[in-house]
Design a protein around this ligand. Structure first.
Ligand SMILES: Cc1ncc(COP(=O)(O)O)c(C=O)c1O
Length: 391
């Protein structure tokens, strides 16, 4: 039997010269080109070596022409969903897509008409709003509530929003970014029931579903019985394997009619495929080796999260949401002044670039999100600087 690799997440790896957005866009977004970046949700932890090995092996061949959607890709997705998420997936449910956001946009375009309505539960990943708005759809926002450091859905607000005749789609983040919430079966069932009863499709963005901390367990919408007929589940290797730049994503749609409508949208935009290197990486990642990497990664991130929350939790008048999933910690600085002043102090005094809450919708104003997928020493040094500025 092959010896199991032990992954080193402590050694910092420079991203200089790689055009990483998190670094290159600092001047544009923070006005300070050397601020330490803890914003964009990709990891400063290396992709496991078996992925670059697979890419290198493919690069040995000198031709990079058009590729089929070959069986290994579908087998890898099916294996991962079954073994890591207990979801039995049929190959014909799978559609490839360059990114989850592409799939959200296609869902908006193909399942709703201009002027119709899309429901989101904010604060939530910004493109949930923008994909609807750019396409001329309205958005009903049903803000999550925060109780005892945990986010909850406002089911009354969701019920009102899905009952509107013009509502056709609800985009849900499962697990939740930025709140780090792992939704419980009863919550997902209730949400799915409200959508099913009102003929609203659920787009379940499950891109963060591999980074989940015990005792929490991710439940895919695929395993919520009542959602079977009206859900689209989206996933990708972007977060788990630090492969966002390879653009390798997929959707899973059990119901044939919905799948046909969604695929017609992919075909209209000619975006129902991923590139050759994305396919190579995805096939290598969604494997037993990938599952072992994920286990070690989760253990490392869990400890990072624990230490960051313990330390920031000591700050006066700053509330921290300890995530049950994701490598992101959502922090409420509203009692520490206007968000623009807090932002300036974070950048210019603490030398840290965090994601500002308004990216996640109006409910995010005054909040900041810190990306904890960094070597621990680098992350904790940044947290110490935040503590010194806001003690
Ligand atoms: C909830 C969520 N969905 C989608 C994405 C982006 O995924 P992709 O690059 O596949 O569009 C992110 C990235 O941060 C995210 O947090």
């Amino acid at each position: 039997m092959k010896e199991c690799a032990v992954y080193d997440f402590d050694t910092a790896v420079s991203r200089a010269g790689t055009f990483a957005e998190k670094y290159e866009a600092r001047e544009r977004f923070f006005g300070k080109p050397d601020v330490e970046p803890f914003w964009v949700a990709d990891m400063d932890l290396p992709t496991p070596a078996f992925i670059p090995d697979a890419l290198r092996a493919r690069l040995e061949h000198p031709m990079f022409g058009y590729t089929e959607q070959y069986r290994d890709v579908f087998d890898a997705i099916g294996w991962w969903m079954e073994n890591e998420h207990g979801a039995a997936v049929e190959h014909n449910w799978i559609s490839l897509s360059p990114s989850v956001v592409t799939s959200i946009s296609v869902a908006v375009q193909s399942l709703t008409k201009p002027g119709e309505n899309v429901v989101v539960l904010s604060p939530v990943y910004g493109p949930f709003f923008s994909c609807a708005q750019i396409n001329g759809r309205t958005v009903s926002d049903c803000p999550l509530t925060v109780e005892n450091g945990r986010m909850n859905m406002d089911f009354d607000a969701v019920e009102t929003a899905v009952q509107k005749p013009e509502t056709k789609l609800l985009i849900h983040c499962n697990p939740h970014n930025p709140g780090g919430r792992v939704w419980e079966p009863a919550e997902l069932e209730k949400l799915a029931r409200l959508c099913a009863e009102n003929g609203v499709v659920i787009f379940s963005d499950e891109i963060h579903c591999d980074i989940v901390y015990p005792p929490n367990r991710h439940l895919s919408m695929l395993n919520v019985e009542i959602a079977r007929g009206n859900c689209i589940v989206a996933h990708s290797i972007g977060k788990t394997f630090n492969c966002g730049g390879l653009q390798a994503s997929f959707t899973l749609i059990p119901e044939a009619g919905l799948r046909t409508r969604f695929r017609a949208g992919l075909d209209r935009s000619h975006c129902g495929d991923i590139n050759l290197l994305g396919k190579t990486a995805l096939t290598a990642a969604l494997s037993p080796e990938g599952a072992e990497y994920k286990r070690q990664l989760n253990a490392y991130l869990h400890e990072n999260i624990r230490q960051v929350c313990d330390k920031l939790g000591g700050l006066d008048s700053v509330e921290i949401i300890k995530p049950e999933a994701t490598f992101l910690v959502w922090c409420d600085f509203r009692k520490r002044g206007h968000w623009q002043d807090v932002f300036k102090r974070l950048v210019h005094e603490a030398n840290v670039a965090l994601s500002g809450g308004t990216f996640f919708g109006p409910a995010g104003e005054g909040w900041f999100r810190i990306n904890c997928a960094h070597p621990r020493a680098q992350l904790l040094a940044a947290v110490e600087r935040i503590l010194r500025v806001f003690h």
